[in-house]
Design a protein around this ligand. Structure first.
Ligand code: FAD
Length: 492
């Protein structure tokens, strides 16, 4: 059934989007809203891509392939959730608890003076200064590094975060408990494999620009339930979702100005095509696209990307092992704890379900299932003594070997814009040029950018990309100063 919007605006324009991850879904919904008829094509039997959930037959539970968190600064992901009507399913918090082996807690979060939050960037400074997890020397080192990160970092800097931290005299405690744990795991790579501009962006957004930008969101429903909203939105707007339809090749007909996409379950024609695939799937499709100038160069860009794994251990106990919703676990292989029973209170049954996440985890990912679960349990008991007396009822280990792409120095040269080598065809996917690391926000941004490009080429340009949050407090002035300095540098 075709919806009102599409009847009124562009009923004759059809776009096929390959890939039902966040990039493909956000492009599809924005274009359906703009009045195009969208055909969203997904290889699997469900939407979500690398951020999805499914019924795990081994434990008879619907679980996410891994806990996915977002932040207040993820304006395009939040915009996509708003568009499909699921933004109220995200639980937001600004509190973060760091726990040392042995159980000592340090609470991080925006600091208040009576009813007021301290102005950015001081809002996050005082809880860091009071954190027992850091020695005085660690705090001084972190303070120096944060102050230095307030100055502009050239976007084309070829320096790695690891090298920059060595130049800025970071202590072992600051390196292990902040930079490796909080930052490298947010970017899912080793410190030496992270380009400085990406690190600076994450630090500014999560800790400096505003309390809102740094607040953390987690879904209160399984991820695929969020995307049921996308499928519903598309159907209401006259668009279709084709599941279990792996794209095999695409052909462009110059005469009719149409694309024909061949999938395992049939062919689809459209005026426009958006490839919203991960980099390795784009590379696989490349030989089955029409010859075009620039296709070989795109192929060389795709070859430069590298995957980083993320592992998650899902544990069901016969009782509650902690009343915390989530925590950062210090000095061990396991990094993050998410108390799914508390975050998703609709989950039935007594006892509790917790998920442990191990980022940038090449060593952990090499472990056998039993060894990985045993190690996770042993370490968890060091943080929560209740684990020793609780009965483990079931456990799942998920290794995502192709979780994210890395952002080493120089990677921007391998991140194309939405423009593709082919006519009426655009690129999306978290790996394209969004300025963001491999995240759902990068995927949503890429989808919105591709949708803008499609609208522009039908002669109906519209602004779809959601703007960034404005820095608050002192960061407003800092930002202004940085802009002025950039202008002066550009003139000189
Ligand atoms: C374990 C793990 C933890 C993560 N944690 C976070 C987190 O906490 N926060 C965060 O922001 N990000 C996180 N990420 C990253 C985030 O999931 C990705 O950046 C984002 O989902 C990528 O979306 P995408 O649409 O670009 O790609 P994908 O999600 O990979 O979507 C591409 C889609 O294309 C489909 N496809 C592939 N080939 C074909 C074909 N030939 N025909 C049709 N369809 C095809 C795939 O099945 C897939 O559905 C995590 C990722 C993983 C794996």
């Amino acid at each position: 059934m075709r919806g009102l919007l599409s009847e009124v605006q562009n009923p004759e324009k059809t776009v096929t989007i390959i890939g039902g991850g966040v990039a493909g879904m956000s492009a599809a919904c924005a274009l359906a809203e703009a009045g195009l008829r969208v055909q969203l094509v997904e290889r699997r039997g469900y939407l979500g891509g690398r951020a999805s959930s499914y019924l795990h037959p081994g434990v008879d539970e619907v679980i996410d392939n891994c806990q996915h968190v977002l932040f207040g600064c993820c304006t395009n992901l939040i915009g996509f959730y708003r568009r499909i009507g699921v933004a109220d399913r995200i639980y937001w918090t600004s509190e973060m608890t760091m726990i040392e082996p042995g159980g000592r807690h340090s609470a991080l979060g925006p600091s208040r003076l009576g009813p007021f939050t301290l102005p950015a960037p001081l809002h996050s400074a005082s809880s860091l200064l009071c954190a027992k997890a850091f020695s005085v020397a660690d705090k001084l080192a972190l303070g120096r590094a944060f102050a230095a990160m307030m100055r502009p970092v050239p976007g084309d800097s070829q320096e790695s975060l690891g090298n920059w931290l060595r130049r800025h005299g970071q202590t072992q405690g600051a390196l292990d408990r902040f930079w490796r744990l909080v930052l490298a795991s947010a970017l899912n790579a080793d410190l030496d494999s992270i380009a400085l501009p990406y690190a600076a962006k994450v630090i500014r957004e999560l800790f400096m620009n505003s309390a809102e930008a740094g607040s953390m969101g987690m879904s209160t429903v399984p991820l695929s339930e969020l995307y049921a909203g996308a499928a519903e939105f598309l159907s209401k707007n006259g668009s279709t979702v084709h599941l279990n339809a792996s794209a095999e090749s695409a052909a462009w007909d110059e005469g009719s100005q149409q694309w024909t996409l061949t999938t395992r379950s049939g062919t689809l024609t459209s005026e426009f095509l958006v490839l919203a695939l991960p980099f390795e799937a784009t590379a696989k499709l490349l030989p089955h696209m029409p010859p075009a100038d620039g296709a070989a160069a795109l192929g060389r860009q795709l070859e430069r990307h590298e995957h980083w794994p993320i592992c998650s251990v899902h544990l069901w106990f016969d009782r509650e092992i902690t009343t915390l919703d989530h925590a950062v676990l210090l000095d061990r292989e396991i990094h993050w704890l998410y108390n799914k029973s508390r975050l998703q209170p609709w989950r039935k049954g007594k006892g509790s379900y917790v998920e442990l996440v191990v980022s940038a985890s090449r060593t952990f990912a090499a472990l056998e299932r039993q060894d990985a679960i045993a190690l996770a349990l042993r370490e968890l008991a060091e943080f929560f003594p209740e684990v020793a007396s609780a009965k483990l009822e079931k456990a799942v280990l998920i290794k995502e070997m192709r979780a994210t792409f890395g952002v080493p120095p120089g990677i921007d040269a391998a991140r194309p814009t939405s423009v593709s080598p082919w006519p009426n065809c655009f690129l999306a996917g978290d790996w394209t040029a969004t300025g963001w690391p491999s995240t759902m926000e990068s995927a949503a941004r890429s989808g919105h950018l591709a949708a803008e490009a499609v609208c522009k080429s039908i002669g109906q340009p519209r602004s779809i990309l959601n703007p960034d949050l404005k820095p608050q407090g002192l960061m407003r002035w800092m930002n202004r100063g940085n802009k002025e300095r950039r202008k002066i540098n550009a003139l000189s």
